[in-house]
Design a binder for this molecule. Structure first.
Ligand code: HMG
Ligand code: MG
Length: 299
């Protein structure tokens, strides 16, 4: 049965812009401020990772200092280690996300350590976050397919997800990092996960490289998952997953949910406006089919 309501986590300003060569601070701030007017309740606004690894996110402290934060919106950031969390705390960030992988090779490529080393590292991040009353979300990449190892077994994904949850992540966001998942794989993964974790603790973070993200989300909705990560205009990708395209577009998720009678609390027109605006700044067209169909409705 489909849920009546879903929670949309907007990741375009992080997952989207981490993959763009040059975006000005002003354009990032304008995007987040626009998104803040759309009814979203959670916007991932930046990433306190090593600027040597992802220079696109080097100005996240300035982003947090410059955006007009609304009281009813969570503005979160990625923090891979204690150094990242300390920078996030100094910027007044109230919620962070750690990010691990279900695949050993991707863990090495993305965060330069093994899965078990990453879990050890996350223990201290979670402990310090707790001391500061900062909630921690957990991403798990390559939950179905890894760009280096191929198919990842549902049992492997479930085992790491369970550990992240037990360590104190309030939610595990299941990344289809390369967008090679299909509904049968989503179903097999969730079947395994739902024997070990409550459905309320799971979120879908599906990239759309092979055009399967909406079908995969629909499968997840049918299985009771009601938190969806999406990126305005379909921006994004991971610098360490070559060839992977953006997350499912927020516009496409909203169109689907609106027409399924599922409440999102988010205004499609406002997201479309924000998407076209950032795409003009990036000198590209939105990837979102819905945005292209609706057209650029600048005010
Ligand atoms: P490392 O090189 O092993 O770290 O990187 P290190 O501790 O040896 O430090 C090396 C240097 O980086 C030192 O500086 C540190 O101070 C500095 P130096 O002494 O050489 O001048 N450093 C930092 N600086 C600022 N902030 C920090 C920080 N940490 C170290 N937080 C590390 C390990 C994890 C830091 C690195 O691998 C990294 O930053 N990786 C991030 C990669 C990334 O951001 N990937 C994209 C996000 S994940 C994603 O997109 C997937 C997701 O969307 C889900 C999905 O789709 O699957 C979430
Ligand atoms: Mg991602």
């Amino acid at each position: 049965m489909l849920p009546n309501k879903v929670n949309i986590i907007e990741v375009g300003a992080r997952d989207g812009l981490q993959n763009e060569k040059s975006v000005t601070l002003a354009d990032k701030v304008r995007l987040i401020d626009r998104l803040s007017l759309s009814g979203l309740s959670h916007i991932e606004a930046g990433s306190f990772v090593s600027p040597k690894w992802v220079p696109q996110m080097a100005d996240s402290a300035q982003v947090f200092a410059s955006i007009q934060q609304q009281a009813d919106i969570v503005y979160s950031a990625l923090t891979p280690n204690l150094a990242g969390l300390e920078r996030a705390i100094a910027s007044g960030v109230k919620q962070v996300a750690i990010f691990g992988s279900a695949s050993e090779s991707f863990s090495q490529k993305n965060i330069n350590c093994s899965i078990s080393e990453s879990l050890e590292r996350f223990e201290s991040v979670i402990a310090l976050a707790k001391q500061h009353n900062i909630a921690v979300r957990g991403y798990l990449s390559c939950t179905m397919v890894c760009p280096y190892e191929g198919i990842i077994e549902p049992k492997q994904t479930a085992s790491i997800a369970k550990q992240l949850f037990a360590m104190g992540c309030y939610e595990i966001s299941l990344g289809d990092t390369v967008g090679k998942g299909t509904p049968n794989r989503v179903s097999a993964m969730l079947e395994e996960l739902l024997t070990q974790l409550p459905k309320e603790a799971l979120a879908m973070h599906f990239h759309d490289t092979y055009g399967q993200a909406l079908a995969n989300i629909y499968q997840g909705l049918l299985m009771g998952i009601s938190t969806i990560d999406s990126a305005v205009a379909g921006l994004g990708g991971c610098p360490y997953a070559k060839g992977a395209s953006g997350n499912v577009a927020t516009e496409d998720v909203l169109y689907l949910c609106d027409n399924l009678g599922i409440e999102t609390g988010v205004d499609l027109e406002a997201i479309n406006l924000a998407g076209w605006e950032i795409c003009r700044a990036l000198d590209k067209q939105p990837v979102s089919k819905v945005a292209l169909a609706m057209g650029d409705c600048r005010v």
